[in-house]
Design a protein around this ligand. Structure first.
Ligand SMILES: [Zn+2]
Length: 158
C-alpha cells in the first residue's frame, strides 16, 4: 500500500523557464486527418528535432506514439501503436500519416447503412459489408449493399 499512498511528484512547468543547461523544449499541436498530433520538439530555435509525438483520434482514444530512434539525426522513425506493437516508419510524416489513418483491425467493426424501404439505420458488420448483397431490415425491406459499396468505402459515412 505504501507504494500507492505516495502522490506522484509531477507539476505543471513552463519548459522555456527550465535552467540553462537543458535544451529548449516546446510542445506543438496540429491536426492531421481529423486526429490531434502532439509533439515534443527539442531546441526549436536552431535545429528542430522531435523527441516524440502522440496521435489522438477524434473520439479521444490514443492511436499511438512515434519517435526517432536516431534522435541526433532525426532519423529512423518508430511507431508504438496503442496495442504496444512497434513499427518502423520511413519518416516522421509517414509515422503521423499512418497513425492518423490506421484504425485497429483495419477499420471499425460495424457500420451503418440506411434501409432502402423505411430509411431506418441498419447496423452491419464489416463481413456483411464485404460479402452480402443486402442487409435485411425488420420492415421487410433492406439496404442494398451492392449499391452502397459502389458509392462508399468501409469506414466512411455510409
Ligand atoms: Zn426498413
Amino acid at each position: 500500500m505504501s507504494r500507492n499512498a505516495r502522490n506522484p511528484a509531477v507539476h505543471v512547468i513552463d519548459p522555456m523557464a527550465d535552467p540553462a543547461p537543458l535544451p529548449e523544449i516546446t510542445v506543438d499541436h496540429f491536426r492531421e486527418n481529423g486526429c490531434t498530433v502532439t509533439c515534443v520538439v527539442i531546441d526549436p530555435a536552431d535545429a528542430q528535432q522531435t523527441l516524440y509525438g502522440t496521435v489522438t483520434r477524434p473520439d479521444g482514444t490514443l492511436a499511438g506514439t512515434y519517435y526517432p530512434a536516431d534522435r541526433v539525426r532525426g532519423e529512423h522513425w518508430r511507431i508504438v501503436a496503442a496495442d504496444g506493437t512497434h513499427y518502423h516508419a520511413a519518416s516522421e510524416f509517414d509515422a503521423v500519416e499512418w497513425l492518423s489513418t490506421t484504425t485497429p483491425g483495419g477499420g471499425p467493426d460495424t457500420g451503418t447503412v440506411e434501409c432502402g424501404g423505411c430509411s431506418r439505420p441498419l447496423t452491419i458488420t464489416r463481413q456483411q459489408w464485404e460479402r452480402d448483397a443486402s442487409a435485411p431490415c425488420p420492415c421487410g425491406s433492406g439496404a442494398d449493399l451492392t449499391f452502397h459499396r459502389r458509392h462508399a468505402e468501409w469506414g466512411e459515412n455510409l
